[in-house]
Design a protein around this ligand. Structure first.
Ligand SMILES: [Zn+2]
Length: 316
């Protein structure tokens, strides 16, 4: 699997024959602008089905294009976490309607990235009030450079901006459950929050967790390996042995699976840190293959081992 196809799959783009041959400019490392990258992701999201998995009496996992979504249903109204791509909105609304007739209530964003927020405007128009960390609003309200994709995203429309924001934490008592929204210090980005449903025992970690693959760390908007590890420690402290943990990307997981991912991050951080401390350059550190023992298990997703080692080195 080449790097281009990995990035395509991360964005929810289909792995069609000839996809690599048609690799767009932004995958070839050339400067580009939003339309090409987002137009392709949006086109793919139009036809990507949404798979619904029941996690508790009234909490569901919705998986389609873009980041994993969680839905809580009940008489107080539906709460949705993350909004996928704009073009997925009709399918998201169908998926919600298939399990409940509840009025839209809140849409919570785990962080600012477009594969989690592009559907905000459409879902806001459908009646959801958007809730997020203050910096998610700040970033969506202004153009953002995405270094890894050599692209600049324009500001989002007014309807896509969170109407309710918080800095450190927020708590909701909703549909018989107690729900924590907690900001972690910059990890995947500087806008990350995790959402914990106490009674349902469900924890949505957003992109603090890429299950089964090296995580993308957005070093352009505050992400760092140290922050990912500290956020992971927080997640391990609040998760129980039976907690259903939802990653931003990949399959539903458990605390023991998250712990393996966390330990992998710690081991690679330690190896790269000792190389960096000894004075070797980024290229030399990457050439020493500090991720080698993990590549077969974790290097087949969005990032190769070498790419991940580079991000770790740069953000230490
Ligand atoms: Zn993200």
């Amino acid at each position: 699997m080449n790097q281009g196809m990995n990035r395509r799959s991360f964005l929810g783009l289909g792995m069609t024959a000839g996809a690599a041959a048609m690799a767009p400019r932004w995958l070839k490392g050339e400067e580009t602008h939003l339309p090409e990258m987002l137009a392709q992701a949006r086109a793919a999201a139009l036809t990507t089905p949404i798979q619904t998995t029941r996690l508790s009496e009234n909490v569901y996992l919705l998986q389609g294009a873009g980041g994993n979504m969680v839905l809580q249903t009940g008489p107080d109204g539906a709460i949705l976490i993350d909004s996928s791509f704009a073009t997925a909105a009709p399918k998201v609304r169908e998926a919600v309607a298939a399990v409940c007739k509840d009025a839209p209530h809140a849409l919570i964003n785990t962080h600012w990235h477009f594969d989690h927020t592009d559907g905000n405007d459409a879902l806001h128009a459908a009646g959801f009030v958007i809730v997020a960390h203050q910096k998610t609003r700040d970033r969506l309200a202004t153009p953002q450079a995405m270094k890894a994709f050599h692209a600049t995203l324009p500001a989002s429309p007014a309807g896509a901006l969170p109407a309710v924001t918080f800095d450190r934490a927020m708590h909701l008592w909703h549909n018989g459950d107690s729900i924590d929204l907690v900001h972690v210090e910059p990890a995947h980005t500087d806008t990350d929050v995790y959402i914990r449903f106490h009674k349902a025992d469900v924890l949505h970690l957003g992109d603090i967790w890429f299950n089964g693959m090296y995580p993308f760390i957005d070093e352009g908007t505050g992400g760092s390996i140290g922050g990912m590890i500290r956020a992971g420690e927080k997640a391990l402290a609040v998760a129980g042995d039976n907690t259903k943990i939802v990653p931003g990307h990949g399959s539903l997981g458990s605390k023991s699976e998250f712990k393996k991912y966390h330990e992998m991050l710690v081991t690679i951080r330690d190896k790269v840190e000792s190389l960096k401390t000894s004075g070797v350059s980024e290229a030399e550190a990457v050439a020493k293959k500090p991720t080698a023992e993990f590549d077969a298990a974790w290097g087949l997703g969005m990032m190769t081992g070498d790419e991940f080692a580079g991000v770790v080195y740069r953000t230490l």
